[in-house]
Design a protein around this ligand. Sequence first.
Ligand SMILES: [Zn+2]
Length: 73
Amino acid sequence: MGERTRSFSDPDTLFELVRSDTPVWDDGFKMGEPTGEVVCEGCGASAAAPEYINHDKDCSQRDVTSEWYDELH
Ligand SMILES: [Zn+2]
C-alpha cells in the first residue's frame, strides 16, 4: 500500500463501460444502461471487470487495477 494505483478517472487510463443498445426485455438492461462489461481502449479487450480483461502483451493499461471499478459498486 502507499503507492497510488492508477484509476479510471486518471486521464491516462482509458476504459469504456459498455452500455446496452437493446431494450430491457432483450438482455435485462435498459437502453443506455451499463451492462457491467468494460472495454479497454488500449487493446480493445473486454470483460466483466478490468481485472478480468485479457490485455494484449503490449497494452499500456495492463497495470491498471480494478480499484476504481470496485468503488463504483
Ligand atoms: Zn488493454
